[in-house]
Structure formats: C-alpha cells, structure tokens
Design a protein around this ligand. Structure first.
Ligand SMILES: [Zn+2]
Length: 295
C-alpha cells in the first residue's frame, strides 16, 4: 500500500511560518492499494493540492476514477472539495448531458449511520451564498454511496467501517489489501477511565499502519488528570498521543501515525507531542504534509 498525507491539520487551516514543517492544510489522505485504485480519506483543504497532482495524469483528460471516503462532514473534512480540480474535468454534449467516457468519476462515500446528509451537506457548501459554482455544474460525474453495510469493497480492497466517538459520530476505517492492513481513526475521542473504544480496537488490531487523532496534549484534554485547573477539551471529540500509543500497544499495530494536529500547535509543539508518543510506543510518527509511507 502507498499512503500520502496531503492535509494533517484539524479544525481549520493554519498556514504560516510556525507550521511550515507539518503543514497547515486540513485532513486529506491518499491511499493506493495494490490494484492502484485511488482512495481518498476526506476532503479537507489538503485535497486541493492532491487534485492539482492528479490533473497531470488521467484526471486531466477526464479519464480518472476516485473513491472519496468521508469520515464525517465537519468543515475540516469537506471544505477542500469545491477546490478539487478533477471535479471540473469532463465533457458535456450539446444538450448539457455528460459524456461518460470523457468525464472523471468521483465516488463519494459517507455513512447513513453517522450523517445521512453527505450529499445535502456537500451541495449546501456550494450554494451561491458560499461558493460560485453549484455542485450540479461540475463536469465530473459524481456518485454518492451511502455506507449502510459494515464492510464493502473498493476494487480488490476490503473496507470495514465503524462508528467512533465524536459529536454527531464519525466513521473510522480499516483497509485490508491482501495481507496488508491500514486503519484510520481520526476525529475520535477515547472513552476515559482507562477504557478503549472496542470499535477502535476492531479497526486497529494487528494493523501495519494505524493513523490516529492526537489533537490535544494530555494537559489540554483534561487538566485535572495532570494536577492542573481550568477547562479542558474533554467531550470535544478528539484524543491525545498517549492514548494513540496505548491503543497501538493494545492492538499490536506495527506503526502509529499521529494526525489532526491542533491549529494552536506550531511545529515545535507537534514535535514534542510526537516524542511523548514515542516514549510509550517507539514506532510513532507525527504526520506532516507530503509524508509518504509504503508497506
Ligand atoms: Zn476534524
């Protein structure tokens, strides 16, 4: 499997000199399994750069096929979609009908269990109040696939989806490609009291690569746990590097990747959070824009 991170930030894009190393774009991960089909996790602002890269190949000629799997529809996971240039590539006939053989095809997946409004939400953010181009005017063919089953196939890859802990819910994914396993669990909170969400374990068990939400330091998450006072971020739907390391050990994963970095965290801060995870689980890496992993 080939994995590339195009956006690793949570909440809101944060460009600037303090975030140059890890990057400022919001969530987008490219996945290429062994059959080379293109899967994309989320359409945060990182998908804009991925789209420009894709235009150099089949997507520039209206011959591309992509599968975009949404974890949920919060802003940092959908806002890049209107700027994904492959969505604009395709030919229409004189009556305005798409010529299927000359149009990119975008398959968009979302959970009916988490949010049955994926289509309405993506359409909504392109209404003229927010954006000049309506979704209907995109030249690419767009197909919505509500995820009703707990497992389905994209090409030869088996995909398992589970609802995780986040306000209004979120989907985590496990990708099984032959004997290679990738697990993605972003925008998820741990249940607390030393518990681990059994759905996260199910996704992560024996994974070669486990991508996990590590937005907050333990102090930010719950100051009281660290002997501090003040309000924390408990209940906001995110987790910590320490929890990521704990799950990685429990689920026997080979490598842990921390993502969904907080907009308040500069490069130095994220490096220190990476170190925190490495103390508990040495094969941990904080994701950065452009990070490529092959296994
Ligand atoms: Zn998010």
């Amino acid at each position: 499997m080939y994995i590339k991170f195009w956006g690793v930030r949570g909440s809101v894009p944060v460009p600037g000199k303090e975030t140059i190393h890890f990057g400022g774009n919001t969530t987008c991960i490219e996945i290429r399994p062994s059959d080379n089909s293109l899967m994309i996790i989320d359409a945060g602002t990182g998908i804009r750069l991925l789209g420009l890269e894709l235009l150099k190949g089949d997507f520039g000629k209206g011959k591309g096929v992509a599968h975009v799997l949404f974890t949920h529809t919060h802003w940092d996971h959908i806002q890049g979609f209107p700027f994904f240039m492959p969505a604009y590539v395709g030919q229409k006939d004189a009556s305005g009908q798409r010529i299927e053989s000359a149009c990119n095809l975008l398959n968009l997946y979302g959970s009916s269990d988490v949010d049955d409004r994926l289509e309405a939400t993506l359409r909504g953010q392109m209404e003229h109040f927010y954006f000049p181009v309506d979704l209907n005017y995109l030249n690419a063919a767009i197909k919505f696939h509500p995820i009703n089953a707990k497992a389905f196939n994209v090409g030869s890859t088996k995909v398992i989806a589970r609802r995780l802990i986040h306000p209004n819910g979120v989907l985590g994914y496990r990708f099984i490609d032959g004997n290679k396993i990738l697990a993605v669990a972003t925008d998820c909170e741990h249940p607390g009291d030393g518990m681990i969400d059994p759905n996260v374990i199910e996704l992560a068990q024996d994974a070669d690569l486990f991508i996990y939400d590590a937005q907050y330091t333990p102090q930010e998450y719950n100051p009281a746990d660290c002997g501090l006072s003040g309000p924390g971020k408990k209940g906001w739907g995110h987790s910590t590097p320490i929890e990521g390391a704990r799950i990685a050990r429990t689920a026997n994963v080979k490598r842990l990747i921390l993502t969904h970095h907080d907009p308040l965290h500069n490069d130095d801060m994220i490096r220190s959070m990476e170190k925190l995870a490495q103390e508990q689980f040495p094969n941990s890496t904080a994701a950065y824009e452009g990070l490529i992993i092959e296994f």
